[in-house]
Design a protein around this ligand. Structure first.
Ligand code: ZN
Length: 598
């Protein structure tokens, strides 16, 4: 398949990380020796080192972590692109073991820092020497009230393999589930992911049949999936009680550095705007010639796709970034020239897309699977939104201070994606392709903003019910899932009965609680930023570059304020929804143009 795709041969070069596996193995040994030496010299000195001493200690630790990240990513990158190679697999196993050893050797720094009393810590935080680390150090101390004595922490840590056993059981049940389905070429075994991909198929009967088959298949594993979720939620709540965590969303909100009431105000604003999605679903039903959409029609194609070759996509993303700020275009081209992107889909390579930042001296790496669809351009832009963020923040910040929490981390990528898509739309001459792009943008926003918030409400319900001592059974989950979905879709779309199992294949529920709302947050903030940029591009662009270079050196509230986005002001969400409304209105115009041309 790859030979006919235009990104054939676009594979990354890992030379900037390591020359070969043998050198990587040697470096793991050296890293371990360095960490042991570091721990021997530094253990027990955090409180007595003084500002200058602590600065030196943190600089040394930063360098260790950056080297660890580089050597570790070399193994991961090989594993992700060459899963069947024996040398690669050995190296990946070594990397996982060594990384765990190193983490435990270095953990004392955080623990000793948290253990200092407030007066000692405040005196250190006030020192100019520690300024580059101050915000992250302050954030780390917010854990203090919830940290247990070392022995108890170790006992809790010892449960990790059991916890991940539940998580991998959940994943394995889904990954190994295959069912016969006829996608048009005779009955064939289908995985869950492949069945789900039919929601984009133009043939309605096929879409509906694929979902029916999916739900029948899920029914076989739903009891196990419910048991996994019940065990994990129950465990998290028990540990929360031991630690005195105030509410189930608190650890996620703290990691995102977002106040509870900011998150709640955002979620309420999202819910108040559910009618915006319903307006689109009703319009889409008309376009498809239906009285009402079924769930299987939600992502049905509108208009027509267009082939975009790799070189054209590169040019478009380059232009989009360079027009915003020449420096961003430079970073993009540097990454490409140094072979820091792997875009060719091929056997033995993982699906999906990501960006991995490495260190102050090495540019980030991007993995994606470019399939010549116009939608892939937006994925390329998204990942390079992460790249420019990682590059600029690593230039100015310490390694410890460059990486933000999840919610903020998705803002620059979504922003870059929105800019590139806007450019694609403006340049598109074929009305049916333009309609497709406009519909895709609106539907992507609905999925990120509305659906993820709906899922976060479902999680709140699950933790609430489990906290009252009721089990999360398959039937109870099904009922709540349908209830939350009905709040979103109302009667704009028909939910099939099988959709009661829709909760059973969402990996975020299992892996990171309340990960879901980060997508809503990032998309809404990116919408606000696009609106601010349009108002005053000259002032906005330099302020935005400064925001990128600021990394995680301040809180999201402080970082976004200079861009005109005040997270505590309800107006921020109103601006975002005005932008969202504009996208839906343009999608409506796009499909109206289709009617005219018929
Ligand atoms: Zn992303």
């Amino acid at each position: 398949m790859s030979a006919s795709l235009s990104a054939a041969g676009v594979r990354w070069s890992l030379d900037d990380l390591e020359p070969d596996a043998e050198t990587a193995r040697r470096e793991w040994d050296e890293l371990l020796a360095r960490a042991r030496d570091f721990a021997e010299r530094r253990r027990g000195t955090i409180g007595s080192a003084g500002p200058q001493g602590l600065r030196e200690l943190l600089d040394e630790l930063d360098e260790l972590h950056a080297d660890l990240n580089r050597v570790h990513f070399y193994a991961t990158a090989r594993e992700h692109t060459d899963a069947n190679d024996a040398e690669t697999n050995d190296l990946a196993t070594l990397a996982r073991d060594r990384a765990a050893d190193l983490e435990s050797l270095l953990l004392f720094v955080e623990l000793e820092w948290i253990a200092l009393d407030d007066a000692e810590a405040d005196a250190l935080l006030a020192a100019s020497e520690l300024e580059p680390y101050a915000h992250r150090l302050r954030v780390a101390r917010e854990e203090k009230p919830y940290v247990l004595p070392e022995g108890e922490e170790q006992a809790l840590n010892a449960r990790r393999p059991a916890i991940s056993a539940w998580q991998s059981l959940h994943g394995r049940e889904l990954a190994t589930l295959t069912v016969e389905f006829d996608g048009g070429e005779g009955p064939e075994p289908h995985t869950i992911d492949r069945l789900l991909s039919y929601v984009h198929h133009p043939d309605r009967e096929l879409r509906i049949a694929a979902l029916e088959t999916l739900y029948e298949a899920l029914d076989q594993v739903a009891d196990v999936q419910a048991a996994c979720y019940d065990a994990l939620v129950g465990d998290r709540l028990s540990v929360d009680r031991l630690r005195g965590i105030p509410h189930p969303m608190d650890p996620t909100n703290r990691a995102n550095e977002l106040d509870d009431d900011v998150v709640e105000a955002m979620m309420r604003a999202v819910e108040e705007n559910y009618p915006l999605a319903r307006r689109w679903f009703e319009r889409k039903a008309q376009v498809l010639g239906l009285d009402k959409l079924q769930l299987a029609d939600q992502y049905a194609p509108v208009g027509s796709d267009r082939r975009v070759e790799w070189d054209e996509a590169v040019q478009m993303v380059d232009d989009s970034l360079s027009d915003f700020a020449p420096r961003l275009g430079e970073i993009f081209r540097d990454c490409l020239e140094r072979g820091h992107i792997d875009a060719e889909p091929r056997a033995g390579k993982v699906g999906g897309a990501y960006c991995h930042s490495v260190s102050k001296t090495i540019l980030p790496y991007v993995l994606m699977n470019y399939t010549d669809r116009i939608g892939d351009v937006s994925t390329l832009a998204h990942e390079f939104g992460h790249v420019v963020h990682g590059t600029l923040s690593l230039e100015r910040q310490t390694y410890r201070s460059y990486h933000t929490g999840l919610a903020l981390a998705e803002v620059p990528s979504t922003f870059a994606q929105l800019l590139a898509v806007e450019r694609l739309i403006d340049a598109e001459e074929i009305p049916s392709t333009r309609a497709m792009l406009l519909a895709d943008r609106a539907e992507g926003a609905c999925a990120a903003i509305f659906r993820q918030t709906m899922m976060a409400r479902f999680e709140q319900w699950a933790y609430g019910v489990r906290g009252e001592g009721k089990g999360l059974t398959k039937d109870r989950l099904a009922e709540a899932w349908l209830e939350q979905n009905a709040r979103y879709y109302a009667d704009s779309l028909e939910l099939p009965d099988g959709y009661r199992l829709g909760w059973s294949y969402i990996p975020h529920f299992i892996h990171v609680r309340f990960y879901t709302y980060a997508y809503s947050f990032a998309h809404l903030v990116a919408f606000s930023l696009v609106a601010r940029y349009r108002e005053d591009p000259e002032t906005f662009a330099p302020a935005y570059l400064d925001f990128l270079a600021s990394g995680a050196s301040r809180s999201p509230q402080e970082l976004l304020a200079p861009l005109g986005v005040d997270l505590r002001d309800p107006e921020t969400w109103a601006v975002a929804f005005a932008e969202f409304d504009r996208c839906v209105a343009e999608a409506e115009e796009g499909v109206a143009a289709l009617d005219d041309s018929d």
